[in-house]
Design a protein around this ligand. Sequence first.
Ligand SMILES: *Cc1c(COP(=O)(O)O)cnc(C)c1O
Length: 405
Amino acid sequence: MATEKLAVTRATFDEVILPVYAPAQFVPVKGKGSRIWDQQGKEYIDFSGGIAVTALGHCHPALVEALKTQGETLWHTSNVLTNEPALRLASKLINATFADRVFFANSGAEANEAAFKLARYYASQRHSPYKSKIIAFHNAFHGRTLFTVSVGGQPKYSDGFGPKPADIVHVPFNDLAAVKAVIDDHTCAIVVEPIQGEGGVVPATREFMQGLRQLCDEHDALLVLDEVQSGMGRSGKLFAYEHYGVQPDILTSAKALGGGFPVSAMLTTNEIASVMAPGVHGTTYGGNPLACAVAEAALDIINTPEVLDGVAARRQLFVDALQGLNAQRDLFSDIRGKGLLIGAALKPQYADRARDILNAAAAEGVMVLVAGHGVMRFAPSLVIEPADIAEGMARFAAAVEKVLG
Ligand SMILES: *Cc1c(COP(=O)(O)O)cnc(C)c1O
């Protein structure tokens, strides 16, 4: 007996979903590579990548194959049992990074929650329960659990949910003197995104990252890098810390890790991991075979010279197109970011039009993102076809024309 499919449209969203999002007016039903199609069959070029998630585009054949194969083999066991895909993925992440140990979870926020808990726990076990201060940054984004919104540097995401976790201080990003002024021996961790994503696509400077590493070493604090958005090839290296000549103590990965399948990871060293014991932290789904099999397939493809080296050339195509647009219209004050995490900051007189440009771009058939205040953000597939970049940027230019005249 065939089950009847309920007819749903964008209007259904306003009736059935908790109103915490304001999704676009179209409903995508299919994706392939860097293109998606909506219910009416209209085609869009995807420069948003599901917010830096679909790093190999939509329905990449190798990921579909991994999902199908594992889907017919074993989905879930809980952590009462371990499983082969999780052990393989952890081994590969360790081989590719500073890390010796991996904890799997299901979202960026959960990986960060684990990271912040581990930083506090490590300090309490190795030093003192009073070594609990976390230093974080204005405009930082670390997720939506209560701990992660509290460490995040945008009060609008944590206000109204108090009492908030205590002993978290925020200072300006890329301002080493401000960190020096607040760090002390009661600090357990500095938490930072090597490239602030949601905050407006702002890369940390080399001096800043190296200075943070040094301050952590001087105060027995851990350097926690949130690479949920900047990692998994997005910057042109597997993880963005490789650009800076520093090693973290804890690193979190999510978004592109599963190429669109929900999975996240927290990476750390043997020394830090050694304070943990069964029961201290955990999750039911984290490290399930289905998610790990897809992530392993994604990592196998992303962590290759072909994909990582292709990022710079693709970035150049975007930057050339954005600069060309800027030469015509004097639109952007800055074009920045690393690799295929690109921010084009609108000049102050246009900054309030960022949403309008995003909506007009969708109408023209190209999906882009907004970050911070007035920053157009591009986070496409790492393997996007150059022809898709050219066509998408032409559609973007048409959208700008429509909005700004
Ligand atoms: C998206 C993001 C998160 C949160 O990830 P979720 O999967 O939405 O919980 C955390 N940190 C950074 C830097 C992010 O970009």
